[in-house]
Design a protein around this ligand. Sequence first.
Ligand code: SF4
Ligand code: SF4
Length: 321
Amino acid sequence: MVFPLLPVGLVDSTIFLLPLPKLIGRMDTKLITDKIVAAALDVGFSACGVTDTQPLNEQGKHLQNWLRLGYNGTMKYMENNLDKRLNPSLLAEASKSAIVVLLNYKPERTIATDKPQVSKYAYGTDYHFVVKNKLNRLLRRIQTEIADCRGVAYVDSAPVLEKALAVKAGLGWIGKNSLLINKQFGSMTFIGTLFVDIPLCYNTHIVPDGCGNCRRCMDACPTQAIVAPRVIDASRCVSYLNKTHRGTVPEDLQTLVGNRIWGCDCCIDVCPYNKQTPVHNTQELMPRDELFELDLAAISKRQLKKLIMRLPPRNQSGTGS
Ligand code: SF4
Ligand code: SF4
C-alpha cells in the first residue's frame, strides 16, 4: 500500500517526507495528551505531566545504593518488588503511558509551634483516598470523553517510583531533601500516577535542578538525617521514627523528635520554593480543628493514629464518586 506523502520540514533545502497516516496519528496522540492534561487540571489536580513506562535506570542505581547502605531502616518492604519499582511496565501490565499528577496540599493555617505537631500533609482526609478518588474520576473522563483505554491508579500504594516518574514527566526536580520540587507548587504536593494502555505524547523537557548552592533543608534537619544531597538515612528521619519505626526509638533521637508526633516538616518549611506557593483549595484536605488542639494525655497512640489517618465517608472511598 502506498501512503500519500506530506512535506514536514526543510533542512538544508532537503524536504523530509512522512506518510500521511503516521502524521495524523501523531497529531491525534498530541491532541489526546493535551485533552488528558486539561481534564486532570479540571478534576482538581494542580499539575499533570505524561511519560512512558520504560525502565528507570538512573533512579534504579540510586535506590539500590540507598538500600545497600541500609538507609531504609526497618522498612524491609522497600527491598521487595525491585524489578517492578525500576520498570513500571512490569507493574501495570500492558500499560504504555504514565499520567503523573500533583495535588497541592499547602494549608491555609498551621498548628501553633507549642502544640503537638502533625505534619501538614496529614491535616485533611487521608491523601491516598483523596488522590485516588480524583485519579479514578480522571480515568472515567478519559474513557467517556477522550479515548478508549484501560487504566489503573496508584497513590503510594504500590512499588511505583513516583518521584522519578514525576521528574520524567517534567513536573520538577528532586531537591536535596529528596522531595520532588515543582517550581509553581514547591514540595508540598501529593503525587499520583495513572497508568493507561494507550500511547501518548511524552514529556521531553527535564526540569533542571533548582537547588543550586542552597542547603537549608540539610542544615534544618533536627537529626542530620540528610546525609548527602538527596540521600536520607530513614533510620534517623523523624518522619520515619514517629510513624513507621517498630521498636524503641534510641534516647538521643527521641529527644530530637521533640513535640513532633506525626511526621516532620523541618526540611519542607525552610525550602524557599515553598514560601510563595499558593495554598490549596481542595475541600477534602482542609485542616481539621481536632488536630490543632490535641491533648496527648487523653488519647492513646492507637487512637491518635486512627484520628490522623482519617478515612473519607464510605461513598467517597478510592473507587471514586
Ligand atoms: S523529615 Fe525531618 S528528620 Fe526527615 S529529613 Fe526532613 S527534616 Fe530531617
Ligand atoms: S531547601 Fe534548598 S537545597 Fe533543600 S530542597 Fe529546598 S531549594 Fe533544595
